[in-house]
Ligand binder design. Sequence first.
Ligand code: AP5
Length: 203
Amino acid sequence: MGPPGAGKGTQAKRIEKAHGFPQISTGDLLRQPDPSRPDLKAAVEKCLASGELVSDEIVNQLVDARLKRADCSGGFLLDGFPRTVEQARALDGMLSNAKRRIDRVVVIVAPADVLLERICGRRTDPVTGELYHLKSKPPPADIIDRLTHRDDDVPDVVATRLAEYQSKTAPLIDFYRQRDLVTEIDGNQSMEAVSAAVDKVLS
Ligand code: AP5
């Protein structure tokens, strides 16, 4: 968990490579429209463009289907899910059905000005999925022309995403704290320092 730009995706992709747990990012799932559900496309696109959360019903269905895939049988890493108490309750049901449990909830935090700077400088390689930042993780010169900048990575939409996080997702931290599952990590440090803190939790 963590606000937009905190470094969730960066850490999740690294853990996926290092430990083999699939990274299940609801943001990524929502950005790749499901061809079997054309009825959801317009509602999802509207939320992604505005920065508002997609409805719990849609997101819960996506995650439930994803967790049933074979690659999740040895464990998985949720990135950006759950984001509401409703989603957290739905996840409890999915895990209970699968006889699994949450090992740890890692919350990465950073101040708003740092988040904005990170989001505005973020670039994604559509070929490899690798995340870059124009200053803190500059991309190799030979791939610069193919990099993309997310449509929701603009200040107005980021403001809505941050507000959604504060009002709907931040309260979940207490929900999991009451279960003694939360480790909070200072995301306002170098990627290496954040990675070391995350690895300590995993070990
Ligand atoms: P999503 O795609 O999940 O976006 P987000 O939560 O806003 O998070 P970001 O991807 O922006 O940031 P991040 O924390 O992963 O940071 P990153 O590692 O990339 O969601 C998008 C939208 O989908 C939502 O607005 C909503 O509409 C919808 N949605 C998704 N899940 C949903 C759900 N469960 N329910 C309802 N709706 C949902 O890092 C950012 C940049 O900083 C990168 O350039 C990176 O290189 C750099 N960086 C990372 N760490 C460091 C560091 N330590 N130092 C310096 N730079 C760093």
